[in-house]
Ligand binder design. Structure first.
Ligand code: NAD
Length: 490
């Protein structure tokens, strides 16, 4: 289905279950498809941020006392509403982020997968009790933190927030969400869905804006934990600010992902897998293939990759770029790569905008060959549908180049040789490694996350390893009777 651009809306902040106009100006939202306004959101001032967080804190006390099985009922309703409204939400998120409709829908489904994981927590044994000495019991209890916050990027307006909303709420927290200022309209729909699901007022707060809103949230004494997903530059800023205040923070940053292509790879798998990886979401995802480390003679494989990439229809098979400024940056990066010696095998700058979307931000898939390992196109996160091919003589050289990346989100290998694949899974310096998979996003409950400059903080943002981030573990030691046969512990 083609993305439908909705009528412009004026959105506000979701505070204590009500849409509240912010008094610190507005942020305009333009659709990457048309370049035209599809609405705006109002920005709260410092007093409104404070009041919103105080209200969240007040609401959280009752929520934490509510048994998890009852909290899960709200999340179950939320899941049903999202599934009922999935097309409508997918149109909103695609029209503001530039995704295709199918990508918009897939992102929401991935978010729902995390929701299903959160629903399973009600049946998991999250505690444990052991008689550690005669008559002395030790017990674990998992407790909510209070108010937690999350700051999310433009490129997954529903999926990334849905990584954390269900788990944080299931564990008994109140959740404050600062959506991207470029794609804040999806948040309006998600908040409406949670309200309809029966979430008590104050447990979800949506605050719009940029740096000032984020800093207001981080600095607020009632906010106990900060999750962040976005660029490495801002991830580092948020992590540093939050941890300097003694708060826990988990900040996922940018990426520059490598795919190692070996000559024995199945060309059917590599052609589709690699092409779809760098063109999906128009390259605007932290798991996109960005550097192709071509080992030996893989010209037949590269032909298949370029054939598939050039067959994609803009606006239908591949979406738009978030802003005009980003399109200009990508054009510049292609020109600079050529000046640095790269050969342009496929030049996306020449493509025409799709009919009806001439005013939008477009760049078709671009394949740069013979890129030098240390150059901009091989090292910097470009965030567009561009793949840089770097030729290497063997797997050892490919792994050595991959290891020099400042990032460490994803790395994949395409090969038919199990031993070589196993070597890559062991030696690649990345948090997520794929074998014959172009986008090695783990499915729940395996969580998500990189290493190095792709993640600041410990643990995972979803899955079992996220539970320690979104809650505290309390240890209780108790004794009810005096024991006659005492030992050192008694
Ligand atoms: P961004 O860093 O520009 O923005 C992320 C969030 O930070 C937004 O909510 C934004 O409003 C806010 N922000 C912007 N400037 C700020 C400042 N000075 N202080 C505090 N907050 C600020 O990222 P983006 O352009 O929205 O998203 C794309 C980036 O996100 C890419 O680098 C991509 O790789 C990364 N990303 C990473 C993951 C991951 O899981 N590692 C997932 C998705 C996207």
């Amino acid at each position: 289905m083609q993305t439908k651009i909705p009528e412009p809306v004026q959105g506000h902040n979701f505070i204590s279950g009500r849409w509240t106009p912010g008094t610190d100006g507005t942020v305009a939202v333009n659709s990457p498809y048309t370049g035209k306004s599809i609405g705006s959101v109002s920005v709260p001032n410092a007093k409104q941020i404070d009041e919103a967080i105080q209200a969240a804190d007040a609401a959280q006390k009752d929520w934490a006392r509510t048994p998890m099985k009852e909290r899960a009922k709200v999340l179950f309703n939320f899941r049903n509403i999202l599934l009922r409204d999935i097309d409508m939400i997918a149109h909103v998120k695609s029209s503001e982020s530039g995704k295709t409709f199918d990508e918009g829908k897939a992102g929401l489904m991935k978010g729902i997968e995390v929701l299903e994981y959160a629903l399973s927590l009600q049946n998991a044994d999250l505690g444990g009790k052991v008689e550690v000495s005669r008559g002395v019991m030790c017990e674990y209890r998992r407790e909510a933190l209070g108010v937690v916050a999350n700051i999310t990027p433009f490129n997954f307006p529903a999926m990334v927030p849905m990584w954390t909303i269900p788990i944080a709420l299931a564990l008994g927290n109140a959740y404050v969400w600062k959506p991207s200022d470029k794609t804040p309209l999806t948040a309006l729909k998600i908040a409406d869905a949670l309200k309809e699901a029966g979430l008590p007022d104050g447990l979800l707060t949506v605050l719009h804006g940029g740096e000032a809103t984020v800093n207001g949230i981080i600095d607020h004494p009632l906010v106990k934990a900060i999750g962040f997903v976005g660029s490495t530059k801002i991830a580092k800023l948020v992590y540093t600010r939050a941890t300097a205040l003694g708060k826990r923070a988990l900040c996922l940053g940018g990426a520059k992902n490598h795919i190692i292509l070996l000559p024995d790879a199945n060309p059917e798998l590599s052609g589709v897998g690699i092409s779809d990886s760098f063109t999906g979401c128009a390259g605007q995802r932290c798991m996109a293939a960005s550097v192709l480390l071509a080992v030996g003679d893989v010209s037949a494989h590269i032909k298949k990759i370029t054939e598939r990439a050039t067959s994609l229809q803009l606006g239908k098979d591949m979406g738009a770029i978030i802003t005009k400024a980003q399109v200009e940056f990508l054009h510049g990066a292609i020109a600079r790569a050529e000046a640095a010696g790269a050969r342009i095998l496929v030049d996306g700058r020449k493509a025409k905008a799709p009919a009806e979307f001439e005013g939008g931000n477009w760049l078709a898939p671009t394949v740069l060959d013979q890129v030098q390992p240390g150059s901009e196109a091989a090292k910097i996160e470009l965030f567009g549908p561009i793949i840089s091919i770097v030729h290497v003589k063997d797997l050892t050289e490919a792994l050595a180049i991959q290891a020099t990346s400042e990032y460490g989100n994803a790395c994949s290998v395409f090969t038919s040789n199990g031993a070589l694949a196993e070597r890559v899974t062991r030696e690649a310096r990345a948090g997520m490694v794929g074998v014959n998979v172009g986008v090695p996003v783990p499915r729940e409950p395996f969580s998500f996350g990189g290493i190095n400059a792709s993640k600041f903080g410990h643990g995972d943002i979803t899955g079992a390893h996220s539970l320690d981030f979104w809650s505290d573990v309390k240890k209780i030691t108790s004794k009810w009777e005096k024991q006659n046969d005492s030992n050192w512990m008694s």
